[in-house]
Design a protein around this ligand. Structure first.
Ligand code: PEP
Ligand code: MN
Length: 238
């Protein structure tokens, strides 16, 4: 368990109380890296888009109180400097994996980058995207598999278990699996997370919310605190 990297927290930073409860709980669980989006890539422009810099300020201050590191998404090249002032790890979302000029710019700054696989990216495209970052000098990269769009509607995206050994065989970067976005349903997140670790993933990115039903973003896939505790118990036994 000690070698498994867990990054967890809400999809989006919503308010002080929500992120405080999340950070306090993650610290209690022994998690070291708190996630929370301040800039959210929403499909519907009318949906909650995140708190922007206000969210980053809340996230940083709360994480510091609980001695946690912060991972948060940067969506735009114009925000790299801003987000890197508050974050320890910069997340590149699935929708931005193909943006090579953005990746180059992330390669020119110092913070570690978690690169999510595009939802229709081939393995070569995914690894080449990582090279855009690496070639500019930043070799501090986490790869993140989060499922692909397929004809299967059993889950929100299809998490190919075979991708895990395939990616591991072609890259030395740590591989983090995000079963939350792949599942789209909180009831499937724990088995998918355990399956990913059994298949060789180095860590997990998990969405957790103090009140999942009321989450402003990705409510259906957010684990409750009790569910996350169950997951951590199972992970510790692996
Ligand atoms: C997220 O992590 O909240 C997110 C939007 O993920 P993805 O880019 O994989 O859809
Ligand atoms: Mn999300």
């Amino acid at each position: 368990m000690s070698s498994i990297t867990i990054m967890a927290g809400p999809c989006a930073v919503e308010n002080r109380e929500q992120i405080e409860k999340s950070a306090e709980f993650m610290a209690k669980m022994g998690v070291k890296i708190l996630r929370g989006g301040a800039f959210k890539p929403r499909t519907n422009p009318d949906d909650f888009q995140g708190l922007g810099e206000e969210g980053l300020i809340l996230l940083r201050a709360t994480a510091d109180r609980h001695n946690l590191q912060v991972i948060t998404e940067v969506m735009d090249v114009r925000d790299i400097e801003l987000v890197s002032r508050y974050a320890d790890i910069l997340q590149v979302g699935s929708r931005n994996m193909h943006s090579s000029s953005f990746l180059k710019e992330l390669g020119r700054q110092q913070k570690p980058v978690l690169l999510k696989r595009g939802m229709s990216a081939t393995l070569d495209e995914f690894l080449q995207a990582a090279r855009y970052i690496e070639n500019e000098g930043n070799k501090n990269i986490f790869l993140c598999e989060r499922g692909a769009r397929t004809f299967q509607d059993d889950t929100r995206f299809s998490l190919n278990i075979g991708s895990i050994p395939a990616i591991k065989s072609k890259s030395d970067y740590p591989l983090i699996v995000d079963p939350s976005h792949a599942a789209g349903n909180r009831d499937y997140v724990i088995p998918m997370a355990l399956g990913a670790l059994a298949a060789g993933a180095d860590g997990l990115l998990i969405e957790v919310h103090p009140d999942p039903e009321k989450a402003l973003c990705d409510s259906a896939q957010a684990l409750s605190f009790d569910m996350f505790e169950t997951l951590m118990e199972k992970v510790c036994k692996m």
